[in-house]
Design a protein around this ligand. Structure first.
Ligand SMILES: [Mn+2]
Length: 294
């Protein structure tokens, strides 16, 4: 499955997103640039998220080109080389920042497939190098706002704390598991929230984001925002999560109201022999492309 184009320069490619339908894609003509990032260093419970990107790309071969409204693939989907994740955390994340910055400068949309949630900090470091403020929407069962976790500032449980330190605004959707300190910190920093409990009670509101939230959005989707009945393939599942249609409604609401500059999907940990979760994420990614470009 993994094709090693050139072992000497360690260029690694997974099968491209929807390559079954699209064949070779010219990066200059593609709006969406997929970066597979099989990063797994600080996972605390279930493991295997390094296998997430390849599983999503593999499952994408089964997608219908028509998403129910249009054909998002017509905007062009280019799958770039696999990000090298073997080095020091700082170096791996900095290299990711450089790649993302390059894509954004070409007015393309980076689409990063994880890998653990830590990678979002690398992506946003790159995005922050372009002018203008960015609002970050985090779909996640967990707040990920700890300052340190298990001795590391790079732990996935700290990802959003690092993002806030870069000066980005944050809005959390689907949260249902956090420490008392995180709850206090959330209030203190004025972080916007649409918690899972409120979604279960009242559904997705017409308008989610506050009026003064930045117009340029970056979306980070931890797959555990969805209910484990729909998404069991993740390291730290939490009951009481979002349904498929709640996800679609929330995503389409924020895409309608703002400009999405990029997004990532993280923390899929494929279960061998059970391909439904992998396909669910491939479909989610494709629907996102439609919502952004539609
Ligand atoms: Mn999470």
């Amino acid at each position: 499955m993994i094709r090693q184009d050139d072992m000497r320069s360690k260029v690694l490619r997974y099968p491209a997103f929807l390559t079954s339908e699209l064949g070779q894609v010219n990066p200059d003509q593609a709006l969406f640039h997929v970066i597979p990032v099989p990063y797994e260093k600080t996972v605390t419970y279930g493991t295997g998220t390094r296998k997430g990107p390849a599983a999503i790309l593999e499952a994408s071969q089964q997608l219908e080109l028509y998403d129910g409204k249009g054909i998002p693939a017509e905007k062009g989907i280019y799958t770039d080389t696999v990000h090298l994740c073997g080095g020091e955390e700082d170096a791996v994340l900095d290299a990711l920042a450089v790649r993302v910055e390059r894509i954004l400068k070409k007015k393309k949309i980076p689409l990063v497939l994880g890998g653990e949630h830590t990678i979002t900090t690398g992506v946003l470091k790159g995005a922050a190098r372009l002018p203008g403020s960015i609002g970050v929407i985090q779909f996640d069962a967990h707040a990920d706002l700890r300052d340190r976790y298990e001795g590391s500032r790079y732990n996935h449980a700290c990802a959003m704390r690092r993002v806030l330190e870069m000066g980005h605004r944050l809005f959390q959707i689907g949260t249902r598991s956090l420490s008392m300190e995180e709850a206090v910190y959330r209030k203190k920093r004025g972080i916007g929230t649409l918690d899972a409990r409120d979604i279960a009670k009242s559904g997705i509101p017409e308008t989610i984001l506050p009026e003064n939230f930045p117009d340029r959005l970056y979306l980070t989707i931890d797959v555990d925002c969805m209910d484990p009945s729909l998404m069991p393939a993740t390291g730290t599942p939490e009951p009481g999560g979002m349904t498929w249609y709640q996800m679609m409604e929330a995503l389409s609401s924020v895409c309608r109201q703002r400009t999405v500059i990029g997004f990532d999907v993280v923390e899929l940990a494929p279960i061998t022999g059970f391909h439904a979760p992998d396909y669910t994420i491939a479909r989610l990614v494709y629907q996102m492309m439609g919502l952004i470009s539609g």
